[in-house]
Design a protein around this ligand. Structure first.
Ligand SMILES: NC(=O)c1ccc[n+]([C@@H]2O[C@H](COP(=O)([O-])OP(=O)(O)OC[C@H]3O[C@@H](n4cnc5c(N)ncnc54)[C@H](OP(=O)(O)O)[C@@H]3O)[C@@H](O)[C@H]2O)c1
Length: 239
């Protein structure tokens, strides 16, 4: 049976992998690929819509375009930042910088939160539907053993709290919805590229491998799991 899916951040390694996965799974799937860069697809069932998750107007307008297709079975938010030309994860409190902190929160926390505002109404209410946020194990407070990466860790910890609150509220009028965080493992991408040298052998995943694993996790979740964060191998990550 075909599905209707929205992938936000579809130019990224993980976002593009999700688009590929759902296209290969069933070429009749209706896929909305949301990105800040234009992407062309040969499959007419994949529609690219522009979005800048730091700009609420583009979020609102992208949701309005998607709503022309009615409701959706899966919405996955695969945007995120760890470093850019002006940013790198802080190794020490000495590097804490308000503007950089705000940038990381703007993309990793505020953007996904505002996306929720406009996209949760698009989740199917008639049957099980899924809203997934790419989070990260390093956003777990209890799992933090080596410190550092202040803004990235904090942005994902805050995202996890938003996921939890959303799950509680949304269950009241859409009990079929599953809202969860996903930790993809360490995946070969622009985001992880500068930090790959200490990754143990066999632990740097291709996007396709991670997505194969994450989609099998997603397919086995129930509304009982809403509000939690799951790793690529199905492990529930303690907050
Ligand atoms: N890779 C890993 O090892 C790893 C591990 C744990 C968690 N994660 C999480 O997985 C998610 C995806 O990461 P990735 O590895 O696929 O990284 P990636 O390849 O760098 O992709 C990041 C995506 O975010 C998009 N993005 C950033 N700011 C945006 C904005 N303002 N508006 C719209 N799109 C924006 C990028 O768009 P552009 O192409 O336009 O820049 C890109 O599509 C992130 O949330 C990350 O924290 C990744």
């Amino acid at each position: 049976m075909s599905e209707k899916v929205i992938i936000i951040g579809s130019s990224g390694a993980i976002g593009s992998g999700f688009v590929r996965y759902y296209e290969n799974k069933n070429p009749s799937n209706i896929i909305y690929s949301l990105s800040r860069k234009e992407i062309e697809y040969s499959n007419v069932n994949i529609k690219n819509v522009l979005i800048d998750i730091e700009n609420e107007e583009t979020i609102r307008s992208a949701a309005s375009i998607c709503s022309e297709q009615g409701s959706f079975d899966k919405i996955i938010i695969a945007t995120g930042v760890l470093h850019d030309e002006n940013l790198s994860p802080e190794k020490s409190f000495r590097y804490l910088d308000k503007e950089k902190f705000e940038k990381v929160f703007s993309i990793n926390t505020f953007g996904p939160a505002i996306i929720s505002r406009y996209f949760i109404p698009l989740l199917n209410k008639e049957k099980s539907s899924f809203l997934g946020f790419l989070s990260a194990r390093v956003g777990s407070i209890s799992d933090n053993r080596i410190g550092g990466w202040y803004s990235y860790r904090a942005s994902k910890a805050a995202l996890n709290m938003i996921i939890k609150s959303l799950s509680i509220e949304v269950a009241r009028n859409n009990p079929n919805a599953i809202i969860a965080g996903l930790h993809p493992g360490t995946v070969d991408s622009n985001l992880s590229n500068p930090f790959q040298k200490n990754v143990a052998d066999g632990k740097l995943f291709t996007p396709d491998y991670s997505i194969e694993k994450m989609t099998s996790v997603i397919d086995n979740l129930t509304s009982q799991n809403s509000g939690d964060c799951f790793a690529w191998d199905g492990e529930r990550i303690e907050f």
